[in-house]
Design a protein around this ligand. Structure first.
Ligand code: FES
Length: 106
């Protein structure tokens, strides 16, 4: 099972088992992880599932598409490794990935 660590802005960590094929956002919601809202349910229209990845895992993933880039530009505090977690599908290669949440999703 792929393990993903979600890190709140205050450093609190939540390590969860992630089912392959699910979105990272869905895994966080299903496990009651605080720090995201995911208001649009993964339809790429809200950006409240914004998280920061480690460079290593960011580089493993396909690049964000134009719509995701546009939404990321509108987040409060984007970083070079920012992603919308509803657009990341869990695969075994993501085992050990840490996703940090921003201080605020708004
Ligand atoms: Fe809305 Fe990801 S949940 S963009």
């Amino acid at each position: 099972m792929t393990k993903i660590c979600f890190k709140e802005h205050d450093g609190t960590e939540h390590v969860v088992d992630a089912k392959d094929g699910e979105s990272v956002m869905r895994i966080a919601i299903e496990n009651g992880v605080p720090g995201l809202q995911a208001e649009c349910g993964g339809n790429l229209s809200c950006s409240t599932c914004h998280g920061y990845l480690e460079q290593k895992f960011y580089d493993l993933l396909p690049k964000p598409d134009e719509n995701e880039e546009m939404l990321l530009d509108g987040t409060i505090d984007p970083e070079p490794t920012s992603r919308l977690t509803c657009q990341i599908i869990v695969t075994p290669e993501l085992d050990g990935m840490v996703v940090r949440w921003p201080e605020s999703q708004y």
